[in-house]
Design a protein. Sequence first.
Length: 457
Amino acid sequence: MATSTKDVLDVRTKKGVKFGKELRKEFLFDENFLNLNHGSFGTYPRALLPIFRSFQDQAEARPDHFIRYVYPKLLDESREAISKVLNAPTETLVFVPNATTGVNTVLRNLTFQPGEHILYFATIYGACEKTVTYITETTPAEAIKIEYTYPVEDDWLIDEFNAKVKEVEAQGGKVKIAIFETVVSMPGVRMPFERLVQACREKDVLSCVDAAHGVGHVEIDLQKLDPDFLVSNCHKWLHVPRGCAIFHVPFRNQPLLRSTLPTSHGFMPLPKPGMATTSSPLPSSGNKPAWVQNFEFVGTIDNAPYLCIPAAIKWRESIGGEQVIRDYCWTLAKEGAKRVADMLGTEVLDNSTGTLTRCCLINVKLPLDVNRAVEMGAHAGIEKEKVGIVVRDWMSKVMIDDYNTFIQSLFYGGAWWARFSGQVYLEMADFEWAGETLKKLCKRVEKGEWTAVESKL
């Protein structure tokens, strides 16, 4: 029997704490602030704070002892713990600070020949698109972009991918690697990443999955998915302190990534006549693959977040486990956004098959007249092309200053949208409050308060 929406949203932890406002007390939020934007930076429960601080304290109490000898063993425990969540061999998993670092590590390690292309999609994360640009400036690589504006259907994306690969090949080139998301950042929509990985395999294209919104958000079975590269932030949806991301590279592709980012002690230079053999000044950590050891020590940063993985997974199990959390967050995002759209008299961004909203991020259109805003902007000396961004930035700052909240807003496809996050510490009442707050905010936009932008930002 199918579970009703009411039952999904009425879930409680194993200790009887109701998801939503009751569970919010177990997080570290300012009691006057309502966080409606979990997707950007994530957060972690109060229960992890002493564990997190303990690792930092140990590193300060006996630096060399902890960093050289204790830390590698704890890191292995974290890799082992998350390997079970992702269903992947532990030796294919290492940690990096964030998803952007993972994508950079892949692109900066690959050797590109003339005619080889990097394929990416219109909604690529901005920092990753700049990385692609940098690679095309410094190597023979070329880039090809699939342009579109959501909503589009999954079938269309797959067809466009295949068409672009064929187009490059018809001109004598080769798509070497394709970059795509599990869930796009802005607008917050789900991509058919499973089908895209398969399409890459069929076209002999390396697949690089930017799963910044991945683990803890959508189900990822790496044995089944089998991407060529995948990196996923743990500090967003897995309730781990930031910054922490898991980087998966199957055995077949590990030889392609010779260097970490930055290059560190684990790098092994290619032998040259007369060159002395180099070795790491850090102690050997056993019989682990050289690729894994390479990522153990990458410069000096606070690695304590990496070590919180087992505790975060245990906490998530204590409140119901991955499936319960995912069902709640997905359902809350969808039902909450629908309620906000009804309150605003607008719509949710989705396609005809409903695949874009099968995730914890969802977008609601704001009831703002673009033409009217452009007219007001012209009177204030604001160029037409800048109005979308100026209004967006004004709303972002005012939400914090005047309403003690933050809802990620964006100007996309000729309209303003609010991107919501479904999370265990939120409930329907929070979305209804958000709807009322957005009504007030939109009225202030219509009055032109944002045109005095210099005095507010």
